[in-house]
Design a binder for this molecule. Structure first.
Ligand code: UD1
Length: 422
């Protein structure tokens, strides 16, 4: 049996050089279930080699699809033999996005049974809007005994009004509605880049989706979807994490293969801190030229500052000059990383959804535990800035969403490794 692992980060090394960003996790986890809607094989390219993608390959296989997966490259899915409509508890627990199988299976065969998902503990994360969305397009949907269910003999399509902007429910309704008998309009839809990418993927299979990227998405139901080959967009959050890592270490890096406009909210904040950010066609240079100033950050839905970068950003702010105020508006429990970073000497006070961060001159390496994916990334950032060695326990959280993060950081000059311990 493999032992437990911990990551070791020796701080104080400025990151320098060039690095390539991987394919987007949040797109991948929506697009892979979407292949089940096709009547023919589909190939998804530019997939990140991360645990969430491995879990989805297993789930599709469990449902009977023929999956040929080349980690870090592509996945070919032949959905034709898939007869299952139920995801096992063990697999559903492996990732939050297992609930996208609800929309995909409902759209494919009119019946879907998915145990309430696992994933990161960053708040209560209810699914009421997903269920309401399915009901609005003609399904019966509910949650009983830890099982999410959605059933329909005939999805009619319909008007869906979300009470709040939700990425997950927008994805799920899109998946369920593309092959409905009638038309669907999603109001107050999420506008994140991966919503647009999912729409592009589905349209490349013959779906008729308009308006993705705005807050009203119109879907004209089609009878069948054909096969496609599609490369997912680069990962916006990995790009941002690398940019923050460069800023945190006083570095000078170029992140290649990204979409700079997706990074505008972060770039603006780094510029405000005094960090130089230069956009190229598909690359961004982050260059520290002087002291980093404290700033205020408030998480918002896209195109605002993403909650997934709040944790790495607040780690960076622990050493900025002055007092920063970080307000988390999306998830209620997304400051647990700051409890850990406080052990490194950070001066932080959390009042409900606001963190008041008084910048210190230096952090000191300490043993810490990653409590969720992005918290893990935040601890790496803190470790890169700290004097001495930082031990990060439960780094497997980080593997859910960051492809070979140690290799990438090492290629930029970071001193970071992983070891087993008893
Ligand atoms: C997705 C992203 C995640 C990101 C988050 C916000 C994926 C796979 N994950 O998560 O990385 O942090 O968007 O950008 O793309 N809500 C409800 N009821 C619902 C659904 C959501 O109350 O039925 C609330 C949530 O508790 C949260 C807010 O809506 O407060 C936004 O959640 P949502 O956008 O759905 O997040 P996820 O899809 O889980």
């Amino acid at each position: 049996m493999a032992g437990k692992e911990r990551m070791l980060v020796t701080g104080g090394h400025a990151l320098e050089g060039q690095v390539r960003v991987s394919g987007g996790k949040n797109t991948a986890v929506a697009v892979i279930p979407a292949t089940l809607l096709s009547d023919e094989p589909c190939t998804v390219e530019n997939l990140p080699d991360i645990d969430d993608v491995h879990a989805l390959a297993d789930i599709l296989t469990e449902l009977g699809a023929k999956v040929e997966y080349e980690p870090g490259k592509s996945m070919r899915v032949d959905p034709r033999p898939a007869e299952g409509n139920r995801v096992s508890y063990r697999n559903a627990q492996r990732l939050r996005a297992s609930y996208y199988l609800l929309g995909a299976l409902l759209g494919r065969c009119g019946k879907a049974y998915v145990p309430t998902p696992g994933g990161c503990e960053i708040g209560s994360r209810p699914v009421d809007q997903h269920l309401k969305g399915f009901q609005s397009i003609g399904a019966e949907a509910g949650e009983i005994g830890g099982l999410l269910t959605a059933e329909s003999d005939c999805l009619t399509g319909g008007d869906v009004f979300f009470d709040m902007v939700t990425v997950g429910a927008t994805v799920n309704v899109m998946l369920a509605a593309v092959k409905a008998k009638g038309n669907t309009v999603i109001y107050n839809a999420a506008k994140e880049p991966h919503i647009v990418d999912l729409a592009n993927f589905l349209n490349s299979m013959g779906a008729r989706i308009k308006g993705a990227g705005t807050d009203i998405i119109r879907i004209r139901g089609v009878q069948r979807l054909h096969g496609t080959t599609y490369a997912v967009i680069p990962d916006q959050i990995e790009t941002g994490t690398l940019m923050i890592a460069a800023a945190a270490t006083g570095g000078d890096i170029i992140v290649n293969g990204c979409i700079p406009t997706h990074m505008d909210a972060l770039s603006a904040k780094l510029l405000e801190m005094g960090v130089k950010v230069t956009d190229y066609d598909d690359a961004i240079r982050v260059h520290v030229v002087g002291p980093r100033r404290a700033i205020n950050v408030k998480t918002q839905v896209y195109p605002g500052f993403p909650t997934d970068l709040q944790q790495p950003m607040s780690a960076l702010l622990t050493t900025a000059r002055g007092t920063s105020i970080v307000t988390e508006t999306i998830f209620e429990s997304r400051f647990r990383h700051l409890d850990e970073i406080r052990r490194m000497g950070a001066r932080v006070r959390v009042v409900e959804r606001t963190a008041i961060i008084e910048g210190v001159q230096e952090l000191y390496g300490a043993p810490m535990t990653a409590t969720d994916l992005r918290a893990g990334a935040a601890l790496i950032i803190a470790g890169l800035m700290a004097r001495g060695v930082t031990e990060i326990y439960e780094p497997e959280f980080i593997d859910r969403g960051y492809e070979h993060i140690e290799d990438k950081l090492r290629s930029l000059g970071a001193v970071i490794s992983r070891e087993e311990f008893c």
